[in-house]
Design a binder for this molecule. Sequence first.
Ligand SMILES: O=P(O)(O)OC[C@H]1O[C@](O)(COP(=O)(O)O)[C@@H](O)[C@@H]1O
Ligand SMILES: [Mg+2]
Ligand SMILES: [Mg+2]
Length: 291
Amino acid sequence: MAANEAVDDVLETVAAVAPDVRAGLPGRRLTEAGVENPSGETVTAADVHADELFFEALGAVDGVVEFASEEREAVVDVTNAAGDAGATLSVAIDPLDGSSNLESNNAMGTIVGIADEPLPAAGADLIAAAYILYGPITTMTVAREGTVTTYVIDGGEMQAVEEDVTLPEDPVVYGFGGRVPDWPDAFHDYAREVETELKLRYGGAMVGDVNQVLSYGGIFAYPALSSAPNGKLRLQFEGAPIAKIIEAAGGASSDGEQSLLAVEPTDLHQRVPVHVGNEAYVERLENALAQ
Ligand SMILES: O=P(O)(O)OC[C@H]1O[C@](O)(COP(=O)(O)O)[C@@H](O)[C@@H]1O
Ligand SMILES: [Mg+2]
Ligand SMILES: [Mg+2]
């Protein structure tokens, strides 16, 4: 099977699973799984459920040979008995992004990176990336072959609603994670400027906050913190796939010095400072941090 068809299958499979993830949320709303994930965070029953649904479905896709998840320690070899002829795709997934928003019933998402290299892969090796937003409507935004398309997911099917999605030229919103006293001085000074120019939009789920930036223009960041120099978000499951989408939509991404797509992958669960949005804001951020 050609890689292109296998990518189609992965994206269609993710879309097909999304309604089941969503339908499984109510019963798992306030239940913790009683375990920590490889990043040392509390896992909810909804995280585990989403991870299992995506693992079952994506592991069975012909052409997918590696599966990795924010909720699993190691990469799983999912080469099927037939040998996955043709394509050798690796899929890295954040099954439920922003799951702490379950308690307050706010937006959550799923983030997917598809690479044709073994995991952990560099952002530059992603051949497609997508996120699902479980908002009032379930949408899926896909970067592929340099362009971004947004779909509504209806009955597990993808219906394109916007093609060639690009960031608006006049930025409107910003959202920065972490506590202000924990921000390094240079980021603090930059944030003070940005807040005089843009409106604050921070909902506590990266997918929701990034989708606001993609819709209205602006910048989202979960920066380096004094207590956590690599920030909170993970390169494989969050930073790189989101960067792939924002860059394909005409925006920019940065770890503070370089594109997130250029960051060298050293560990499956490595964290990275994340800044994504309109180029001018990301460039100013890099200049501010360089001082
Ligand atoms: O609660 P905080 O510190 O604002 O962190 C919010 C960030 O953490 C995350 O929830 C981490 O993702 P997970 O829920 O997948 O662990 C992001 O979605 C979000 O941007
Ligand atoms: Mg996440
Ligand atoms: Mg998650």
